[in-house]
Design a protein around this ligand. Structure first.
Ligand code: HEM
Length: 254
């Protein structure tokens, strides 16, 4: 029976159909396995050889991977939330309540997104801390550290812009306080040192699209939160991963 099944499997793997998808033959030895990984669109994202010490869980704690996993989770749950949410002053709050109390599994969806966002901020910070503790920011990885800092800022901006969207008292006043700080920006804030601008053209006005947290601010934050920032973050993440590979793979003890 076993021989019969393996003959069938062999026939399928050697068929023209399978060979048209997989250019390399079925990997029977180490060299063939490496060629298969290199030839596959999905698998080639991973290196063919990694030092054993670099894949030890207690070296990276998989914190970068967890941050990426949470980003993917947030993207998927965020897209699902968009089916129920309208970014207008008249609808935003009611839509969140409808989602929470009337939509089946709506509260689960909302909380997956909310708690996922909190968790991502924590994992990104812990990942940065791990990179620091293992000295992985040193040459040749110093530029990837800078790219990482950009990712940290983007993660925080994603959290900040998402905070306004439920349009409740907490969001309103948190964003009012947050954007008021922009007023104190040097040169570009109306009340900042060496101010060059007035209240209708300063950094705060640019963030809110007006002088108060209102409809224009809600729409701006929505567009940045759902399209602008995730797109920029995804591009920079792809670059971050590519740099890990080009800098010689994940660092490991000498
Ligand atoms: C959205 C945020 C981020 C994601 C998704 C991410 C993802 C990753 C992944 C998957 C790795 C491979 C090793 C590992 O899993 O630890 C990595 C490595 C690295 N990351 Fe990040 N990262 C992020 C933010 C940051 C931040 C904030 C920093 C530092 C400021 C940073 C600096 C680095 C460096 C230097 C490496 C190479 C580490 C080594 O070779 O040991 N990353 N990152």
């Amino acid at each position: 029976m076993r021989a019969f099944l393996s003959r069938i499997l062999d026939g399928v793997l050697r068929s023209q159909f399978v060979r048209s998808i997989y250019k390399t033959q079925w990997p029977v030895n180490r060299r063939m396995r490496m060629l298969t990984v290199l030839g596959s669109c999905l698998l080639h994202l991973h290196p063919t050889r990694i030092p054993r010490s670099a894949v030890r869980v207690c070296f990276t704690w998989c914190l970068g991977g967890l941050s990426f996993f949470l980003f993917v989770l947030l993207t998927i749950t965020g897209i699902l939330l968009m089916f129920y949410y309208r970014p207008t002053v008249a609808h935003a709050y009611a839509d969140m309540k409808y989602l929470e109390f009337d939509v089946p599994f709506g509260i689960l969806l909302r909380n997956l997104h909310r708690w996922g966002a909190h968790a991502m901020v924590i994992t990104v910070m812990l990942h940065m801390f791990r990179v620091f503790l293992t000295g992985s920011y040193k040459p040749p990885r110093q530029f990837n550290w800078v790219v990482g800092v950009a990712l940290l800022v983007l993660t925080l901006l994603l959290s900040f812009t998402g905070y306004l969207l439920p349009w409740d008292q907490l969001s309103m006043w948190a964003i009012t306080v947050g954007t008021n700080m922009a007023k104190a920006t040097p040169f570009l804030g109306a009340e900042g040192p060496f101010s060059l601008v007035d209240e209708t053209s300063d950094a705060r006005f640019l963030l809110l699209g007006g002088r108060f947290v209102g409809q224009a601010a809600l729409l701006r934050f929505y567009v940045w939160h759902c399209i602008g920032l995730p797109f920029i973050a995804a591009c920079i993440m792809a670059f971050h991963f590519w740099r890990v590979r080009k800098d010689g793979g994940i660092s490991h003890p000498l």
